[in-house]
Design a protein around this ligand. Structure first.
Ligand code: C2E
Ligand code: MG
Ligand code: MG
Ligand code: MG
Length: 287
């Protein structure tokens, strides 16, 4: 029934929700236009070996500079794109640009054959069933070795079709691509994913690293996750390292790699090239 005259707007038809919806629709349209106009950009955040202190790899992170609104966080537009289905076009853009960049860095000898570039992938990108073959085709076209590519999948999104994701990831790993589980510990079924998916890297979520120094139960939790990862023959990466104390604790716990503002924020292509080529690109001073 229609609300009576004078009844304040409720539920779906409240002003606020209406505005929110309008905002989301306009953001969606803007994002599509940005994709078409190539207004997106990849930033790169290095990951360091916590034993040698050297850069081993980098994570490609999407950046969108909106013409009017300025910088819009992927934490905002990625979930939106996942809801609208636009994530597939965005994912294709990311893969193409990341792998093209990696090919260039290899040709110019900016990185060596052991360097790995990771891209973030939403499980929704895998539902079409061509994700793995498209990515491998992209590697082939740019003459990039699949072993230099990693996909980070986040477990926080409930996977609609675990079987399909499993299949796609297995095709990739057979070709040499590695799979990292992102934000480990924040999702619903971390352990069942670990059991069913060909994961070789676990990225421990920033929320656990954040209180590592002050919170002894977080310390135990992280220590246990590191041991578990090693039992599963997985390498473990800590994300969101911001302090020297956190880094030192993680080293003690035998965490393999680290990433975070302490070492470097996500940076532009040029900045990354400078960083990775500079003789002092290690983090020895922190360890
Ligand atoms: P993520 O994959 O877990 O990436 C890590 C996020 O933590 C990045 O945020 C990074 O800038 C931030 N970060 C790294 N070190 C630190 C630190 O020491 N302290 C703090 N406070 N933050 C740190 P960003 O770039 O805003 O990305 C947010 C999320 O958006 C990503 O989380 C990822 O889930 C998603 N995302 C970004 N780019 C892509 C993409 O190309 N495709 C997909 N599907 N998702 C993406
Ligand atoms: Mg990630
Ligand atoms: Mg993460
Ligand atoms: Mg995250």
């Amino acid at each position: 029934a229609l609300p009576k005259k004078g009844t304040p707007p409720v539920g779906l038809f409240s002003d606020e929700l209406h505005r929110d919806l309008a905002d989301r629709i306009s953001l969606r349209n803007d994002l599509r236009a940005a994709l078409e106009a190539d207004d997106l950009q990849l930033f790169f955040q290095p990951k360091y070996d916590l034993v040698t202190g050297k850069i081993t790899s980098a994570e490609a992170l999407l950046r969108w500079q909106h013409i009017e609104k300025g910088f819009i966080s992927p934490a905002l537009f990625i979930p939106l794109a996942e809801q609208t289905g636009d994530i597939r076009a965005i994912g294709d853009w990311v893969a193409e640009h990341a792998i093209k960049q990696l090919a260039k860095w290899r040709q110019q000898n900016i990185v060596d054959g052991s360097f790995v570039l990771a891209i973030n992938v939403s499980p929704q990108q895998m539902v079409t069933g061509t994700f793995a073959s498209d990515l491998l085709e992209c590697c082939q076209r740019h003459k990039v070795e699949p072993k230099q590519v990693q996909v980070e999948i986040t477990e926080s999104a409930v996977m609609q079709n675990l079987m399909k994701v499993q299949h796609e990831l297995e095709v990739l790993t057979r070709a040499g691509v590695t799979v990292a589980m992102d934000d480990f510990g924040t999702g619903y079924s971390s352990l069942s994913y670990l059991r069913n998916l060909p994961i070789s890297v676990i990225k421990i979520d920033r929320s656990f690293v954040m209180n590592l120094v002050s919170n002894s139960s977080d310390q135990q939790l992280v220590g246990t996750i590191v041991l578990m990862a090693h039992n599963f023959k997985c390498s473990i990466v800590a994300e969101g390292i911001e302090t020297v104390e956190q880094a030192k604790l993680l080293v003690q716990m035998a965490c393999n790699e680290g990433q975070g503002f302490l070492f470097s924020r996500p940076i532009t292509q040029n900045e990354f090239e400078e960083l990775v080529q500079s003789p002092a690109h290690t983090i020895e001073s922190y360890l």
